[in-house]
Design a protein around this ligand. Structure first.
Ligand SMILES: Nc1ncnc2c1ncn2[C@@H]1O[C@H](COP(=O)(O)OP(=O)(O)O)[C@@H](O)[C@H]1O
Ligand SMILES: [Mg+2]
Length: 394
């Protein structure tokens, strides 16, 4: 199954592009699903159809779903959330606050994506298109698997070992609740599904992220930051969409200065993302809603091309061997070196880019080696691991 995620700032045209791509893929005979993980769903408005929280047929080969993010959260996280809430309450948190703290931002959207894993396993569709919430939420959603992994491996695993050993005594001595096997089981099951999802989304041959923007300074700047974070978390961007470009017919109108400004931004934007292709979409004479207009919109952008094709493929994160050393290469474009932080804690390498941190669990081959050097060269962070296996003191 081919998976495509459209993301970008609010109002740029993510929903329209998601819906248009889906409509066109279905027309080309592909079994297609388009799903929205944005709690403020507008997929139904775009497709001009009533869309439910379960798969809803919209056209031949096309189904759509507006996921109930709260229901997904309750189903997947309910038991664990209950435990964390009780745990925090026992430590003096008020119930409402404890409940809030037991949910991390980005979780609802991530759990919505678990549907994708289900479709993948059942081979129900050829193409899945995801209409994401605006930038900040998407980054939090995509960074979530990593956080969950850290949480699970560092806290839960350890905790579980401790709990097993101390439960008989601890339960008599403390009021702080200990997690039951039930909670651990839920956590482990959830973790495995999330990890499977992460694998699908990080495989650039089957999954691509697409950035939608408008040719305006602030939107482009935000898109650059988005692109940097997507690379940090290992997601591959295959194309950029410059939407709402003023058509040439608008020349000699009140907007003619705007046309010149857009043109400048468009050129700069295309160059900045090169070799990732930037596709253009003009501002239509009216809103792009309903199956017919969406199909026209898709053909305007993609022509005869298959909109689900992989437009460009790259690996944001790679490990290469060089002069007997291992080098971890992380693509981090549009970045000032001063916004970059790096630490190693045991077998975890932490890379911080402005407000976002990524914990890399180092593969065995690297974890046993010494971190020799870290340099930011071109648009890549190069982290060299030297030393022979087994000598890895830091
Ligand atoms: N190229 C376009 N021409 C005309 N209207 C557009 C175009 N792209 C998007 N729109 C309209 O702009 C509005 C916002 O688009 P939408 O796809 O909902 O953005 P987002 O999902 O990014 O918030 C919608 O009313 C949509 O119909
Ligand atoms: Mg939208």
């Amino acid at each position: 199954m081919r998976t495509i995620l459209y993301t970008g700032k609010g109002g740029v045209g993510k929903t329209s592009l998601s819906a248009a791509t889906a409509v066109r893929c279905a027309e080309l005979g592909k079994r297609t699903v388009v799903l929205s993980t944005d709690a403020a769903h507008s997929l139904g408005d775009s497709l001009g159809a009533e869309i439910g929280t379960t798969l809803t047929p919209v056209a031949p080969n096309l189904q759509a779903i507006e996921i109930d993010v709260n229901l997904e959260l309750a189903t997947n996280w309910g038991k664990i959330q209950e435990f964390i809430t009780r745990f925090l309450q026992a430590r003096g948190f008020e119930e409402v606050m404890a409940e809030e703290f037991a949910v991390f931002p980005g979780m609802e959207e991530l759990f919505s994506l678990l549907k994708l894993k289900e479709y993948h396993e059942k081979q129900m569709f050829d193409v899945a298109i995801i209409d994401c919430a605006p930038t900040g939420s998407t980054i939090r959603m995509l960074s979530m698997p990593d956080i969950m992994r850290w949480y699970f491996e560092k806290i839960f695993n350890l905790h579980r070992r401790v709990v097993k050993a101390v439960r008989p005594i601890a339960e008599r001595m403390t009021k702080v609740p200990l997690p039951s096997d039930d909670v651990f089981f839920s956590m482990q099951h959830l973790y495995q599904r999330i990890d499977g999802l992460r694998e699908i989304l990080c495989d650039s041959a089957q999954s691509s992220i697409r950035i939608v923007l408008n040719p305006e300074k602030m939107v482009i700047q935000e898109s650059h930051r988005l692109y940097t974070y997507l690379n940090l978390f290992g997601f591959s961007v295959d194309s950029v969409y410059a939407n709402k470009v003023f058509p040439p017919q608008m020349k000699n109108s009140y907007l003619s200065d705007w046309i010149a400004v857009q043109k400048r931004h468009l050129t700069a934007c295309t160059e900045s993302f090169d070799p990732i292709p930037t596709l253009k979409a003009e501002l239509f004479e009216t809103e792009v809603v309903g199956l017919e207009r969406l199909s026209r919109f898709a053909r305007h952008i993609f022509g005869d091309r298959d909109p689900s094709a992989v437009m460009y493929q790259e690996k944001p994160i790679e490990i290469i061997k060089e002069h007997g050393n291992y080098v971890l290469l992380v693509k981090l474009p549009f970045l000032d070196e001063k916004d970059l932080g790096l630490w190693v804690k045991g077998e975890v390498l932490i890379i911080q880019v402005k407000n976002f941190k990524r914990n890399f669990f180092l593969p065995r081959a690297l974890a046993s080696r010494q971190l020799k050097e870290a340099r930011y060269v071109g648009d890549r962070l190069r982290i060299t691991f030297g030393g022979k296996d087994g000598q890895g003191k830091r």
